[in-house]
Design a protein around this ligand. Structure first.
Ligand code: DOR
Ligand code: ZN
Length: 362
C-alpha cells in the first residue's frame, strides 16, 4: 500500500442545476472520492448555465447541501455578463469560455465578446477555454493582448500541444490540461494501451462521442511525447446516461473522475509516466494554477499491486456506464481521508452529502 495526496480534478460536470438524472453534486463527488479525488472544479454548462449571481447561488446551494468532497464552481462567459462575472470572480473557480461546439448553450462566437471578458476578468485565476485548433490560436492571441493567464482545457491534438509550447516560449501565460481519454483512446474509442486489450473494436458511435473528439493515434502519441509541456490531468467527467448515449442524438461526453487514477497508475507501471509526474499534474499544478488551498490531513491509501477489471456496475456515477468497461488496470483506491475524516473505504463512500467544502468560501 502507498499513501498519495488527495487528487484535484479541475474539470468535472456535475449537472446541477438542471440534469440531475445524469449526475448531481452528491453522486459526482461520491464518484470523485472513490477515485481518490478530494477536490473538484465544476463546470458551468448546466441548465440554466451558471453565468450570474442568481445561477451561481443555485449551484453553490446545491454544493453546500450535497457535495461529499471539496469543490469550487466555474462561472460561464456569456454575451453581456463580463462585468458581473468579473465581480463574482473571487467566489468562483475561474471563468470558463466555450469557443467551440459542445454540450450546452454557452458557446461564444463573436470575438468582440471574448475581448470584453479578457479585458474585465481580474486574472488572479485563469480564463479556461474550450478552444480547439484555430480557436485555440485565437484565444492565445487574446491572452497575449490582454496579458491574462489562460488555461486550455482538454487538449487533444499534436498541433495544439506544439502551439502551446511555442506560445509559452514567447512569454504567453498559458497552461493546459489533458484528459485520460485523449491519452488512452483514439477515434472510434479504440484503446491505445494494453489495459484496453479486451476491447480492440472500440465503442458504438454514440458512446464514443466526446468533445473534443477522440483523435488519431499520432495525436495521442504527441501528447505523451510532450507530457513535460502539459500542466494538468483533468477528466472532463461528463456523465450522460447510457440510454442517452445510445439514442439517435447522443450527447458528447464520458464519465471519468473515478477511473483517472487507476488508468494513470497503470501507465506508471508500464513506464509511460512517473509517479512524480502523475502527482505534479493532478495535485501540485492544479493547486498552483487555480489558487486552491491545501487540504490538511487528507490522503489516499492506494494498493499499487491490485490488478482488476473496471466495471461500471462498481462505479458511483449516476450515468451507469464507462468507456473503459472490462479494462484491466493496476492500482486500487482503498481508503480516502479528507480533512481528518474517513471519506471512503473499500467501495463505500463514508463522507456524507454536505461534508464537502466550497473552497472559495471565507
Ligand atoms: O464531450 C463533452 N461533454 N465535452 C464538453 O466539453 C462538454 C461535455 C458535457 O458537458 O457533456
Ligand atoms: Zn467539459
Amino acid at each position: 500500500m502507498i499513501r498519495l495526496p488527495g487528487l484535484i480534478d479541475p474539470h468535472v460536470h456535475l449537472r446541477e442545476p438542471g440534469a440531475t438524472h445524469k449526475e448531481d453534486f452528491d453522486s459526482g463527488t461520491a464518484s470523485a472520492l472513490a477515485g481518490g479525488v478530494t477536490m473538484v472544479l465544476a463546470m458551468p454548462n448546466t441548465k440554466p448555465p451558471v453565468f450570474d449571481e442568481e445561477t451561481l447561488r443555485v449551484a453553490l446551494d446545491a454544493g453546500r447541501q450535497k457535495a461529499r468532497c471539496d469543490y469550487a464552481q466555474f462561472i460561464g462567459a456569456g454575451p453581456g455578463n463580463a462585468a458581473e462575472a468579473a465581480r463574482l470572480a473571487p467566489q468562483t473557480a475561474g471563468l470558463k469560455m466555450y469557443l467551440d461546439s459542445t454540450f450546452g448553450e454557452l458557446r461564444l462566437d463573436d470575438m468582440t465578446l471574448w475581448m470584453e471578458h479578457f479585458a474585465k476578468w481580474p486574472g488572479i485565476t485563469p480564463i479556461v477555454t474550450h478552444s480547439e485548433s484555430r480557436s485555440m490560436a485565437a484565444a492565445l492571441l487574446m491572452a497575449q493582448m490582454y496579458d491574462k493567464p489562460i488555461h486550455i482545457a482538454h487538449i487533444s491534438l499534436k498541433e495544439e500541444i506544439l502551439l502551446i509550447r511555442a506560445a509559452r516560449e514567447k512569454g504567453i501565460k498559458v497552461t493546459c490540461e489533458v484528459c485520460p481519454h485523449h491519452l488512452f483512446l483514439a477515434d472510434g474509442a479504440i484503446p491505445l494501451t494494453s489495459a484496453g486489450n479486451c476491447c480492440e473494436d472500440g465503442l458504438p458511435d454514440g458512446r464514443s462521442q466526446v468533445r473534443p473528439r477522440l483523435a488519431t493515434p499520432q495525436d495521442a502519441q504527441a501528447l505523451w511525447e510532450n507530457l513535460d509541456a502539459i500542466d494538468c490531468f483533468a477528466t472532463d467527467h461528463a456523465p450522460h446516461t447510457l440510454a442517452e448515449k445510445d439514442s439517435p442524438t447522443p450527447p458528447p461526453g464520458f464519465p471519468g473522475v473515478e477511473t483517472m487514477l487507476p488508468l494513470l497508475y497503470t501507465a506508471v507501471k508500464e513506464g509511460r509516466l512517473t509517479l512524480e509526474q502523475l502527482l505534479e499534474k493532478s495535485v501540485t499544478n492544479p493547486r498552483k494554477i487555480f489558487k486552491l488551498p491545501e487540504q490538511a490531513e487528507t490522503w489516499v491509501d492506494f494498493d499499487e499491486t491490485d490488478t482488476y477489471e473496471i466495471h461500471a456496475s462498481e462505479l458511483h456515477s449516476r450515468c451507469g456506464w464507462t468507456p473503459y468497461e472490462n479494462w484491466k488496470v493496476t492500482g486500487r483506491v482503498r481508503r480516502v481521508v479528507l480533512r481528518g475524516q474517513e471519506a471512503y473505504r473499500d467501495g463505500n463512500v463514508l463522507a456524507a452529502p454536505g461534508y464537502g467544502k466550497n473552497i472559495r468560501e471565507n
